[in-house]
Design a protein around this ligand. Structure first.
Ligand code: PLP
Length: 410
């Protein structure tokens, strides 16, 4: 076929994909790729290597010849173990035969959930700032993404009235992700109960991404589906990546009432078939016998959090105390730079990589995401470099670098 003037890029690509912004995170990794000596506080994954025992379980399975597809739902014993795990932690029981699917991480679970429940133009409410995959998961499913602003003054926690103010006749669901990426915000049980009440009153579904549930500091984690009446209207997403240092194994789970799970399964069986079999065996070992490792990782992240948050505040980068995950989300407004400029100059001039907050939605503007899932020595060196960068900035452009002291904590 000859190329006519109409075969431009615009016509070759679907409108859906064109509507998705390129990831602001990926752009930064492209920049770092050609630089030496960079300390990266950019990538959102544990620095720990997967515990040897989990890896061995995968190798043993391969040696036994477990190299085939599993059930579309995932290994029965892994689903059973996930059901037991959720019951032990949150007192909620899912049926491993009909209400649990093993996914390729929460990443796949998100896409399954949005495809299973959204019709074209159905609205999905989501607190802003939000994890970078939330908007694409909604758009790819044909839905309309409705960001609901949150603010540093309220520790980036979303309120039920703020959500309700954006409910329309087209609102189908709320997407929550707590503890949150990029802000580290964690919600109390009471705050979530108000959202549960809203969901029940306005007949909304809830997709609850609880990938960071085990990394909660202070406020105990509440599983949204465990709130009264919520099991029937929640898609619960969780996984192994963050709690067990298993990002590369690509295993997670989705739990939902049988009708919704069956709809998700229709998508899963055609695009994935089943999660990688050796990885499912590694995950099985982790969930059965990995509690000590998970506790050890959590304690170390907490120690790093207590190192980094006061240091950022001391430098005048106002940072609210993160209640979970492994991110701090300082305001960089006091520097007079915008978040993209700040991150680019910090990278070029001090060789520290952080992610501009605007990559996570409008409400992230004026902030940067600092991931503290890095060794303490690297964090200390990075903090020194940031301090030096701010000092140079201040001497070049005299002005106050003091944040709002009322917001400081940690
Ligand atoms: N959800 C959130 C909030 C995340 O931060 C991430 C990864 O950074 C994911 C989901 C993806 O998790 P998984 O590795 O299970 O696909």
């Amino acid at each position: 076929m000859t190329e006519g003037p109409h075969t431009t890029q615009r016509h070759r690509l679907s409108k859906k994909v064109q509507a998705i912004p390129a990831s602001g995170i990926r752009r930064f990794f492209d920049l770092i790729a050609n630089m030496d000596g960079v300390i990266s506080l950019g990538v959102g994954e544990p620095d720990f290597v997967t515990p040897e025992r989990f890896a061995r379980a995968a190798f043993d399975a391969v040696r036994r010849g477990e190299t085939h597809y599993t059930s579309n739902y995932g290994l029965p014993e892994l689903r059973e173990a996930i059901a037991d795990h959720l019951e032990r932690l949150y007192g909620i029981r899912y049926d491993p035969a009909k209400e649990i699917v093993v996914t390729i991480g929460v990443s796949e679970g998100l896409l399954l959930a949005t495809h299973a429940i959204l019709d074209p133009d159905d609205e999905l409410l989501c607190p802003d700032p939000y994890y970078v995959a939330y908007l694409p998961a909604c758009i790819l499913a044909g839905g309309a993404f409705v960001p609901v602003p949150t603010a540093m003054e309220h520790a980036f926690r979303v309120s039920a009235p703020d959500l309700e103010a954006r409910v329309t006749d087209r609102t189908k669901a709320i997407l929550l992700g707590y503890p949150a990426n990029p802000t580290g915000a964690q919600m109390t049980r009471e705050e979530l109960a108000e959202i549960a009440d809203l969901a029940a009153r306005r007949d909304l579904l809830v997709i609850s991404d609880e990938i960071y549930d085990r990394l909660s500091y202070g406020i105990p984690h509440t599983c949204f589906a465990s709130l009264p009446g919520m099991r029937e209207r929640t898609v619960l997403l969780g996984g192994f990546s963050k709690a067990y240092a298993m990002t590369g194994w690509r295993v997670g789970w989705a739990c939902a009432p049988a009708d919704i799970l069956e709809a998700m399964m229709k998508v899963h069986q055609y695009i994935i078939m089943s999660a990688p079999t050796p990885s499912q065996y590694a995950a099985l070992e982790a969930i059965r016998n990995g509690e000590e490792d998970a506790q050890r990782f959590r304690a170390e992240f907490d120690a790093r959090r207590r190192l980094i948050v006061p240091a950022l505040n001391d430098m005048g980068l106002t940072t609210v105390e993160p209640g979970g995950a492994f991110y701090a989300f300082p305001s960089i407004r006091s520097t007079g730079l915008d978040d993209v400029e700040f991150a680019e100059r910090l990278l070029q001039e001090a060789k520290v990589a952080v992610i501009p907050g605007s990559a996570f939605g409008e409400c992230g503007r004026g902030h940067v995401r600092v991931c503290y899932a890095a060794p303490r020595t690297a964090l200390e060196e990075a903090l020194e470099r940031i301090r030096g960068f701010l000092n140079r900035l201040q001497s070049a452009e005299p002005g106050e670098l003091a944040g709002d002291p009322s917001l400081r904590s940690g």
